[in-house]
Design a protein around this ligand. Structure first.
Ligand code: ZN
Length: 182
């Protein structure tokens, strides 16, 4: 297993929509293991493949480190699709391993239904609300090239810009491996 460097806001791969996977082979299985090791090393609760420099339609979620969510199992979502979401939305504060030291309130649907392939290539449909829905929607956004600043209104985005510039310049203190400044 290996800890991979995490891509940071400003890295182009984070803005490119990812590609669906045709076959889940040993290479993909090893890659997903590395994703889990990388996410845990960075104390994250979700990680998308393009956050470790791979343009594949995969993300992982593990909210069990969060108080009151200890019983939730880690999940790997391959080629995920959000097939249903509620009209009702909620606002929650989010962070992102590719946006170190930035937190922002983001409004998203409260409930979702997501279809995906698990690591054994079996199709799964998961209903999620609350924190789990939140993390899934955040990670799904990564796969289509979207990030927190795209999901806030213009005023808040403006307010975040200074921080974003510092992130791009790698001036934020980050305690996990990230891609080099370019
Ligand atoms: Zn993120």
């Amino acid at each position: 297993m290996a800890i991979l460097p995490i891509t940071v806001f400003g890295d182009k791969i984070l803005r490119k929509p990812t590609k669906k996977i045709a076959k889940i082979d040993d290479e993909i299985i090893g890659f997903v293991r590395n994703m889990f090791e990388t996410m845990r090393n960075a104390n994250g609760i979700g990680l998308a493949a393009n956050q470790v420099n791979s343009s594949r339609s995969i993300f992982i979620v593990d909210i069990s480190p969060v108080e009151d969510y200890e019983h939730y199992k880690p999940i790997t979502l391959i080629n995920p699709e959000i097939i249903e979401h509620s009209e009702d939305t909620i606002v929650m504060e989010e962070g992102c391993l590719s946006l170190p030291n930035l937190r922002a309130d983001v409004e998203r649907p409260e409930f979702i239904r997501v279809k995906y392939l698990d690591i054994n290539e079996n199709e799964q449909i998961l209903e999620a609300d609350d924190l789990l829905a939140r993390v899934i929607l955040h990670e799904y956004d990564h796969l289509i090239g979207k990030m927190i600043p795209d999901r806030v209104d213009g005023k808040l985005r403006k307010h975040l810009q200074k921080k974003l510039n510092k992130i791009i310049a790698r001036e934020e203190k980050i305690d996990y491996p990230v891609t080099p400044k370019h």
